[in-house]
Design a binder for this molecule. Sequence first.
Ligand code: 5GP
Length: 188
Amino acid sequence: MAGKIIIISAPSGCGKSTIINAILDRGDVDMQFSVSATNRAPREGEIHGVNYFFLTDEEFRKAISDDAFVEYEEVYPGRFYGTLRSEVERICNSGHNVVLDIDVKGGVNVKGLYGDRAVSIFIMPPSVEELRRRLVSRATDAPDVIEQRVGKAGYEIGFAPRYDYRVINDELVAAVEETRRIIKNFIG
Ligand code: 5GP
């Protein structure tokens, strides 16, 4: 496998997907998004095979037993997410770098697996209060889900020191630029 691995993690609502998409859209960094599998339901506008491969519980269990995942985690109770070996191999074998948007445990595990072939970047919110405000204004989750995500943010931020780099997303344009610079330096 020729490509390198870029791992990006953040508490939900920190702008991680926006930052990844902004870098991908600009098109001057050679990296492709690895589409993960999940057993959660699609949100409004999400497309199978683009945002995620949306699997049933049974399909997800089968993928685990078929060893289809580089890693997988139960990120929320009963909600599983996994990095597909087929995605990482397809992208790396074609000579491109792969970007993974994965949770903190997955991020630390993948960094451990790939070592110097991987760079790990943690996107931080300016504060937990600001994070709650962003999730409310995004309005894609029910209030109880928002509280669940905010509650988890403190735990997730505890993993930040284990990442190679930390980027605070206070101002989006600056956070995109900093993340892009870290990735460009890493892939050379
Ligand atoms: P969401 O449901 O908001 O799309 O994602 C919830 C969390 O699952 C996010 O932190 C996201 O990074 C994480 N996630 C997405 N795909 C994967 C994956 O393949 N593996 C792991 N470990 N986490 C993932």
